[in-house]
Design a protein around this ligand. Sequence first.
Ligand SMILES: NC(=O)C1=CN([C@@H]2O[C@H](COP(=O)(O)OP(=O)(O)OC[C@H]3O[C@@H](n4cnc5c(N)ncnc54)[C@H](O)[C@@H]3O)[C@@H](O)[C@H]2O)C=CC1
Ligand SMILES: CC(C)CCC[C@@H](C)[C@H]1CC[C@H]2C3=C(CC[C@]12C)[C@@]1(C)CCC(=O)C[C@@H]1CC3
Length: 345
Amino acid sequence: MATRVRHRNKRCTVIGGSGFLGRHLVEKLLERGYSVSVFDICENFELPGVIFHQGDLCDKQALFPALKDVSLVFHCASPAPGSDNRGLFERVNIQGTRTVIQACLEAGVEKLVLTSSASVVFEGTDIKNGREDLPYAKKPIDYYTETKIEQEKLVLKACDKGKGFLTVAIRPHGIFGPRDPQLVPILVDTARRGKMKFIIGNGTNLVDFTFVENVVHGHILAAEHLRADSPICGKPYHITNDEPIRFWDFMSEVLVGLGYDPPRYHLPYMLVYGLALFLWLLALILRPLVSFKPTFTPMRVALAGTHHYYSCERAKQDMGYKPVVSLKEGIDRTVQSYPHLRQGS
Ligand SMILES: NC(=O)C1=CN([C@@H]2O[C@H](COP(=O)(O)OP(=O)(O)OC[C@H]3O[C@@H](n4cnc5c(N)ncnc54)[C@H](O)[C@@H]3O)[C@@H](O)[C@H]2O)C=CC1
Ligand SMILES: CC(C)CCC[C@@H](C)[C@H]1CC[C@H]2C3=C(CC[C@]12C)[C@@]1(C)CCC(=O)C[C@@H]1CC3
């Protein structure tokens, strides 16, 4: 019996396990002796010992086989933040998360760890050392953020010690690392099109960028600390590298590491933001006729031109969190992992 309980405790499912963060999480869980199943709408990799279930998380019946005899579920699936498909975000992040919670309850899952985002409190204006008690954004900057807020509320509200169902939300910020499909690729694409020459604002704004292995570490710590007597039940936790860096220094280090010139010329923040807003509206109006995707969206300009860094004191106190990879090492390892994105390749 004791062996069966121990065995079940080490069985987990990663919803969204084919994605950037999900796959890193799967790899670390395997290393730590968990048996891992992946549930995802697409299958991107195969790993010995990983059972793959392909399906849409909005479909409860499709989820059941992936949750059978599993005590711990990580939910890190989401449509890509760059999309402007409101219906998709609402369906997957809100209705889909309701379905995940319901399926977990019916399948007897005991712990649910959600990957939320620190941006649930970001409204496009400065946040310095923000703590988890900041209110949710009243005017979220995009549909992604709007639906991540609702998703987090749903998961935290579902925490019910009476029912033996415990939940926690991890709020990472600016995840980067090997195989990241957005930050470095978008940056390099922008540089290759000659558009990475400008610094938006005075360039001194501090931002958190978090190496993917630290985010994984935060998730596993949360899962392992999630017990009925733990203070972490039903709470959100910022997980960052705890080394805020100037946004433009981070961009420059990655660009220079890959052989590109760093941005040099300054442009006033409000001018670029206004222009990005205008282009976004134009793209919206012209969508039935032509489709174009502006590089500088209002969301990216806000992220590039304001302070947004967060305190992870609560995670340090309640679950002993400490980043395992420094920012410098994270940047070096990331740059090394993208030989095909180097200048001239
Ligand atoms: N990348 C970042 O900087 C940050 C990401 N996050 C959150 O971390 C989580 C993971 O993000 P990434 O790994 O960067 O994204 P990703 O796009 O690489 O991975 C998301 C995964 O979810 C899957 N998925 C999407 N819709 C699905 C559905 N209906 N049913 C089943 N699977 C579905 C995708 O196929 C993909 O494999 C997301 O919840 C995101 O909101 C939070 C903060 C920062
Ligand atoms: C074109 C350039 C000025 C900037 C290119 C880099 C951006 C692609 C990234 C810089 C900060 C990143 C970030 C996210 C996505 C990629 C960036 C905009 C998130 C929005 C991803 C999802 C989240 O939950 C929050 C992230 C904040 C930082």
